[in-house]
Design a protein around this ligand. Structure first.
Ligand code: SAM
Length: 372
């Protein structure tokens, strides 16, 4: 598998719209006559709207060096004030409108979603929306305490981030000296509570935790849990990303396969982000998410809702559509649905396919705010 980073000519790309221009367009769309509700909502590249990721808080109790580096997210950093954050009622309302427009899967994320007080209440509200796949991504620090109440509230699945089993490496990466053992306790509690099989996300950064790849695979082999190795991405504008720090997914598979033989497995569904690999001895599977070296934009069906209610149509976006203004204005659900549909139909994002030295400089929003 080749490692190709295409070079785009930014002069030929459309100028990004400002927040003001986006808001004007959104109000116009909400106020316009409903066009067509029949069939699937598809964007300009024929990608349906299927998934919604909701960042329920921009705060986190970790300071992972590749996501919320301490030198930026320090005591002076201005997190969103309470009044700007969507309430649970607002989130549930907009989620219902998204579901009405084709969303089948909702992932709660952040920041650290388990820091949001009474998050179980939101899970319960979302679980009432119908036959939805509701999941949550967490660093696991509070999972042992919360797993049972989350399941009782209707959570179906969980993804836990864990970047190394080596305690010193993990403590250095989360940069708050948090021990591996506590995350493992959280994973066990989640399994006991009924959230198994659990997905475990490991972001691989060269020279930082690449020596943890095989031990991680070995540890979870045979447990039913699925480790997913994620290529380190140039999200946001604060992590000082360099292509040299990326360990290509193909190298991850090669390293594991040398000790624990693997074979390629079919995707569970079209557009699955993770490429599946099964152990040849039938003792489980791993996944690799090759977002840098093998971009999967053409299958991307994800919309993202930021903590303050902006709709983003790409993880690497520079601006979002202010749905909160509609939710707190005098617009009804049909009008907000109309605005969402207009945004989605106009979507043309494919950042990872056109990533280049120039796109690196774009003022992309941070992952903690937009939701990982
Ligand atoms: N706090 C939660 C957690 O730790 O899982 C949810 C939010 S976190 C932003 C979601 C996921 O994004 C985590 O698995 C994290 O490792 C991943 N992530 C953050 N920055 C990343 C980057 N630059 N490249 C790849 N993955 C990243």
């Amino acid at each position: 598998m080749a490692t190709i980073i295409p070079i785009a000519d930014l002069r030929k790309m459309p100028r990004p719209k400002t927040n003001g221009e986006l808001l004007d367009a959104l109000f116009d769309a909400a106020a316009s006559q409903e066009t067509s509700r029949a069939g699937t909502l598809s964007d300009s590249l024929a990608r349906p709207l299927r998934d919604l990721r909701i960042s329920v808080t921009d705060r986190c109790n970790f300071r992972c060096v590749y996501c919320m580096p301490k030198n930026v997210f320090d005591a002076d950093f201005k997190f969103l004030p309470h009044a700007e954050i969507l309430t649970f009622e607002e989130i549930a309302r907009v989620a219902r409108i998204f579901v009405d427009r084709g969303v089948q899967k909702i992932r709660l994320t952040g920041g650290e979603p388990l820091l949001r007080r009474n998050i179980e209440r939101l899970v319960e509200m979302l679980a009432k929306l119908g036959e939805l796949d509701i999941t949550l991504t967490t660093n696991g620090a509070l999972l042992a305490k919360k797993a049972k109440s989350l399941v009782d509230a209707g959570l179906k699945r969980v993804t836990v981030s864990l970047d190394s089993l080596d305690d010193a490496t993990f403590r250095a990466m989360n940069d708050v000296d948090f021990p591996v053992a506590k995350v493992l306790e959280g994973i066990d509690a989640a399994a006991v509570a009924g959230l198994a099989p659990i997905k475990i996300n490991m972001v691989v950064k060269r020279g930082t935790n690449d020596s943890s790849i095989v031990p991680m695979a070995r540890h979870f082999k045979g447990t039913g849990h699925i480790v997913r190795f994620i290529e380190y991405m140039d999200v946001g504008a604060t992590n000082g990303w360099r292509m040299d720090d990326v360990v290509p997914a193909a190298d991850v598979v090669r390293a594991i396969n040398e000790e624990l033989p693997l074979e390629n497995a079919d995707p569970n569904y079209t557009g699955e982000v993770s490429q599946r690999w099964k152990y040849r001895d039938d003792s489980g599977e791993i996944g690799v998410i090759a977002s840098v070296t093998q971009a999967f934009c053409r299958d991307c069906t994800r919309a993202r809702l930021s903590t303050d209610g902006r709709l983003y149509t790409c993880l690497f976006a520079t601006a979002g559509h202010d749905l909160r203004s509609l939710l707190r204005g005098s617009f009804d659900d049909a009008q907000i649905g109309n605005a969402i549909a207009t945004v989605w139909r106009g979507r043309a994002d494919r950042y990872s396919e056109i990533r280049s030295a120039n796109t690196l400089r774009l003022p992309k929003v941070e992952m903690s705010y937009i939701g990982g």
